[in-house]
Design a binder for this molecule. Structure first.
Ligand code: HMG
Ligand code: MG
Length: 302
């Protein structure tokens, strides 16, 4: 590998926490974000401006952003805190909370689109267009997500050509990158490689990110395949927190500690303090009663 730069998009405070049954206090969420930043992570997805009826854990999105803005421990000139916005209402709430970085999220399968955001893929893309226009007008960066890139819990396997097609549409709309989500973590290095080969035939790898979930323990292996295909942005969640409320059985994202350990083995992501990150993973796991990440536990046991 000759990549000199990789980016980790830490999604623990959003993808990680959104599925937790216990409502995590806002100040704990803000402290988690502060600790993640202290470990050297610079992109930390912090919350979601989605319907609180759909995802009650994210109901305090405005308060989380206020906590971030007022934190004396966060250097805003170096850090980015993307938030999810499913529609214009979400965008307006995010803007009101002074967000400078949002993410829109589409699916590659109709079943998941309907269950997750209550509309068809086509309707969702129509809904995202005015969000992208408003974001551009307000100087807000837009990331794109595409879910179920390997398979859908409702519709079965996904055609890689469908993934390529919707990725192109999200980029045309103004997303600076599209994060490819193996939402239910069923991908293997073989299926991820096949999907990425198809997508990178029409989209440069520099416009893609890998968003792996670890349901079958393939997360790190799948990130390694993505790295080999030229992808240098990886979404991961501290302690492997998470799961998707609209994808039954999906466990958390690939753990940030595990991904960073793998990357540092290649001489990458050296700006991240893995010991500090492991301590943060242990801290939040203890609060939530979870077991934590493999690499994080090994480091803490030393
Ligand atoms: P809907 O019920 O079709 O929306 O939900 P609606 O437009 O008909 O509005 C219904 C009510 O919700 C109204 O309130 C709206 O004002 C309100 P009422 O009049 O009944 O009091 N509402 C909102 N409130 C706050 N913020 C908003 C908002 N929008 C409407 N933004 C909707 C459609 C998209 C809102 C809903 O389905 C939703 O919030 N879905 C989000 C689900 C979600 O957050 N899923 C998890 C994130 S995606 C994910 O995890 C995958 C990812 O990690 C990648 C991967 O792994 O693949 C990104
Ligand atoms: Mg996810």
């Amino acid at each position: 590998f000759s990549r000199s730069m990789v980016t980790i998009c830490e999604v623990g405070p959003r993808d990680g926490l959104q599925n937790e049954k216990m409502i995590v206090p806002t100040n704990t969420k803000v402290e988690l974000i502060e600790r993640l930043a202290k470990s050297g992570l610079t992109t930390i997805e912090s919350t979601a401006f989605v319907s609180p009826k759909w995802v009650p854990q994210m109901a305090d999105a405005t308060e989380v952003l206020k906590g971030i803005a007022e934190s004396p421990n966060l250097d805003h000139s170096k850090l980015s805190f993307p938030v999810l916005t499913p529609n214009l209402k979400g965008f307006e709430r995010a803007l009101e909370a002074k967000s400078k970085h949002i993410a829109i999220f589409a699916a590659s399968s109709e079943g998941f689109s309907k269950k997750n955001i209550n509309c068809t893929i086509e309707e969702s893309l129509e809904r995202f267009k005015p969000v992208c226009v408003a974001a551009k007008k307000n100087n807000v960066k837009v990331r794109g997500y595409l879910s179920t890139v390997i398979a859908c819990p409702y519709d079965g396997p996904t055609d890689p050509n469908q993934v390529a097609k919707i990725t192109e549409k999200l980029l045309e709309m103004g997303c600076y990158e599209v994060s490819l989500g193996d939402t239910i973590g069923v991908g293997t290095p073989s299926t991820i490689d096949k999907m990425l080969r198809t997508v990178t035939a029409s989209v440069p790898a520099s416009k893609l990110a890998m968003h792996a979930h670890d349901t079958y323990g393939q997360g790190v292996a799948n990130c390694t395949v993505a790295l080999d295909r030229g992808i240098t942005t990886f979404d991961a969640s501290v302690a492997g927190l998470g799961g998707c409320p609209y994808a039954k059985g999906a466990t958390g994202n690939v753990a940030t500690e595990d991904v960073v350990y793998m990357l540092q083995g290649f001489g990458l992501a050296n700006e991240i303090d893995l010991v500090e990150l492991a301590k943060t993973g242990k801290w939040i796991s203890d609060i939530l009663g979870r077991t934590g990440a493999r690499a994080g536990n090994a480091i803490c046991a030393k």
